[in-house]
Design a protein around this ligand. Structure first.
Ligand code: ADP
Length: 486
């Protein structure tokens, strides 16, 4: 696996605080495991409250220094430069990520390209969010200003580390905030690498601070810190709830993106040749470790058996192996995560395993491999159809009417993404409104994941929007100025 050995153009054992590369104050480190073969190949800081305190203080100092007076156009220029430097490092970043979280190389590369796109998109957007003037009483001029929150805290997950970093930190920097980033303990390398790139691109000291560490240590210290003015979190529902509670103590706004149980609805008039690759890929991409994974396929009973057979055929052809082999799926990020999914599959009741992919025979035994699994005979209230599994498992459920399809689609605690497959234009418009979801895709799923498309949930999928211009409203506060001039 030496051909994957990452190019450490940065020091992974350091935190980045106030523009300096520093060892964690407690002197503790965490091992970095390669999920493809179980080996440890690096160590990262185990940041603690004292490191978070220093990072928040550095971010505050940056806001009170030149960063607080940097014009929007200049902020945009810096972000754009960061994007260019990310592009120059795409292959390094892809290899790092593949080694760190087990993503097949082409997926890791797509993530690095998305990170560059976030910087480009937000770089261009920095000077384009305007306030407004408000017609008011005689003698007054009233206008609004969009101002940064101040210090923003960013807790990101391990499944799409570069993409979530890009959308979260990118939006916050665009609006002039100063960030403290706590990446997931399973996936810190590209976040530390990004700080190096941002430094090289001329981001002033303290504007971005990165403190790797455990969720219950560095993460909890960040989200409960009284010096933090906004928290952006992507992760699990229980941790989202903890963070909301911590933020409540300081009355701080939070953006929560907490995952889903996203359906695709397939009607009898759907173009199945087009739909099939989407139906399957949306469930198995990134080994199903995707908040917006489509884990429920709802199918008109008239075509259920045909769709099941055609999906099963695709599943049987899916291959799982080390990130470097660049197959359809890599390993799960950790043995813990693999076990979570195995536990779901060990208790499927009267449902049936309709098809599974295969793990390459030469995949290292210590890697966390799991064969993608299609499950049929599942009722809408089945655990597999209700709980977020966060692995390469899809269930197929028949429906008999449009009303029933909508009821099943809306019948979970979540509401993040939905896909509609039908040629009937009226049904497309009708259901796009009826489905409870932050995004609805018609005759596609994900639309290529565009950075331009606002993203976020309803229900237990969370609230607030990241991505697109909409995110910039969340990463800023509106001030109303009313001047009396007679
Ligand atoms: P998963 O269970 O899939 O690992 P988590 O929601 O636990 O997802 O993790 C997402 C992010 O939240 C990670 O960066 C993790 O370190 C962080 N985290 C976990 N627990 C806490 C906590 N108590 N406070 C703040 N952040 C946390």
């Amino acid at each position: 696996m030496t051909d994957l050995l990452p190019n450490f153009f940065f020091d992974p054992t350091k935190c980045f605080i106030g523009g300096r590369w520093v060892a964690p104050l407690g002197g503790d480190y965490l091992p970095v495991e390669n999920p493809s073969d179980g080996t440890e190949f690096a160590k990262i800081p185990r940041g603690q409250k004292a490191d978070i305190d220093a990072a928040v203080a550095a971010a505050r100092a940056a806001l009170e220094g030149p960063w607080g007076r940097t014009p929007a156009a200049e902020r945009g220029r810096i972000l754009t430069r960061i994007g260019q430097k990310v592009l120059e490092r795409v292959d390094d970043l892809a290899r790092l990520e593949a080694m760190d979280v087990g993503k097949p190389l082409k997926q890791a590369r797509a993530d690095a390209l998305a990170l560059a796109r976030y910087m480009e998109f937000y770089g261009g957007a920095a000077d384009k969010l305007m306030g407004e003037t408000i017609p008011y009483l005689d003698g007054y001029t009233v206008y609004t200003l969009r101002e940064p929150h101040g210090v923003t805290g960013h807790i990101i997950p391990w499944n799409y580390p570069m993409q979530v970093l890009g959308r979260s930190v990118g939006g916050a920097l665009t609006m002039g905030n100063a960030c403290v980033l706590k990446p997931a303990e399973e996936a810190c390398l590209t976040a530390i690498a990004f700080a190096k790139i941002a430094e090289e691109a001329g981001l002033p000291p303290g504007v971005l601070n990165v403190v790797p560490g455990l969720g219950e240590e560095a993460g909890a210290a960040l989200t409960s810190h009284p010096g933090v003015n906004h928290i952006s979190f992507t992760g699990s529902v229980p941790v989202g709830q903890l963070i909301q509670r911590a933020a409540a103590q300081n009355v701080v706004p939070v953006t929560l993106e907490l995952g889903g149980k996203s359906p695709q609805l397939v009607f009898a008039d759907a173009d199945l040749d087009r739909a099939l690759p989407f139906l399957v890929n949306a469930g198995i991409q990134n080994a199903g470790q995707t908040c917006s994974a489509s884990s429920r396929i709802l199918v008109d009973r008239k075509i259920h058996d045909e769709v099941l057979a055609r999906m099963a055929e695709r599943y049987t052809a899916l291959r799982v192996g080390p990130a470097v082999a660049d197959l359809d799926l890599g390993p799960m990020v950790s043995e813990r995560q693999r076990q979570v999914v195995e536990n779901f599959l060990g208790d499927i009741g009267s449902a049936e395993i309709a098809a599974r992919g295969s793990i390459q025979s030469d995949a290292p035994g210590a890697g966390h491999y799991l064969a993608p699994t299609l499950v049929s005979g599942v009722t809408a209230d089945h655990r597999l159809a209700q709980d977020e599994i966060f692995g390469p498992v899809q269930v197929i459920i028949p429906f008999d009417s449009e009303e029933e399809a909508v009821a099943i689609a809306n019948g979970t605690d979540f509401g993040l993404v939905a896909g509609l497959w039908t040629a009937d234009g009226s049904r497309q418009m009708r259901l796009a409104r009826k489905i409870r979801s932050g995004q609805v895709f018609i005759n596609n799923y994900g639309a290529g994941g565009g950075v331009e498309l606002p993203f976020g949930g309803t229900g237990k999928s969370g609230y607030g929007r990241e991505k697109g211009m909409e995110a910039l409203y969340g990463f800023s506060v509106l001030k109303t100025v009313a001047a009396w001039h007679g």
